[in-house]
Design a protein around this ligand. Structure first.
Ligand code: ADP
Length: 200
């Protein structure tokens, strides 16, 4: 069943937001919009955008806000996003929150919920070390990981207070089995009138 839901999933690197985001989006029949995936795909295809952002992404730095927001503006205007979407990795700082507000206001829309996956730092680092050996992502070196976690804490975590003031944040304990965590997210969204069937 497809429901209109505009969601954002936020969490530190290694919190499992990519995995959980994909499950929620699939259960709701909405597309996932992952800026990290878009950048990685462009880098591996060697597009102009990819060449522009390669060094930035590999060092674990943020791509300039204007570039990232322009990309999201185009993506959310596509037909498959008309009935909602799940954002993963955007917005990532307070400037991007303002951009997203503008983008959604143009559509007469707003975010319905922000899912915060909460995971202790030591757990994130352990999961990332595992991902580095399994996937070999160019930005999963120890140095780039520590750098990205620092950016998360300084720049991304503050967006949660903005959304918190709007009363749309659901903080979910991100430690447990994949199914347990999906069930926690589904329960929190149900309170907001967004119902989804996830494996339990
Ligand atoms: P992770 O959560 O492990 O850092 P992502 O796939 O979300 O992985 O992002 C990978 C990289 O893509 C980031 O380190 C950054 O360089 C770039 N990126 C992704 N989203 C954004 C964004 N919203 N703003 C700026 N840069 C971004």
């Amino acid at each position: 069943m497809t429901q209109t839901a505009r969601l954002l999933i936020v969490g530190p690197q290694g919190s499992g937001k990519g995995t959980q985001g994909a499950r929620i989006a699939e259960a709701l029949g909405i597309p996932t919009i992952s800026t990290g995936d878009v950048f990685r795909a462009n880098i591996s295809q060697g597009t102009e955008l990819g060449q522009q952002v390669k060094a930035i992404v590999e060092a674990g730095n943020l791509v300039p806000d204007e570039l990232t927001s322009a990309l999201v503006r185009d993506r959310v205007a596509q037909e498959d996003a008309a009935g909602g979407f799940l954002l993963d990795g955007y917005p990532r700082n307070t400037a991007q929150v303002a951009h997203l507000d503008e983008i959604l206001a143009e559509q007469g829309a707003s975010l319905d919920a922000v899912i915060e996956l909460s995971v202790p730092r030591a757990e994130s680092i352990a999961r990332l070390a595992l991902r580095a050996t399994e996937q070999g992502r160019a930005d999963d070196t120890e140095e780039a990981i520590a750098h990205r976690l620092g950016i998360y804490e300084r720049e991304t975590a503050p967006i949660l207070s903005i959304y918190g003031e709007r009363g749309i944040v659901d903080t979910i304990d991100g430690v447990g089995s994949l199914d347990e965590i999906s069930a926690r997210i589904a329960d929190a969204l149900a309170v907001r009138g967004i119902t989804l069937a996830v494996p339990r």
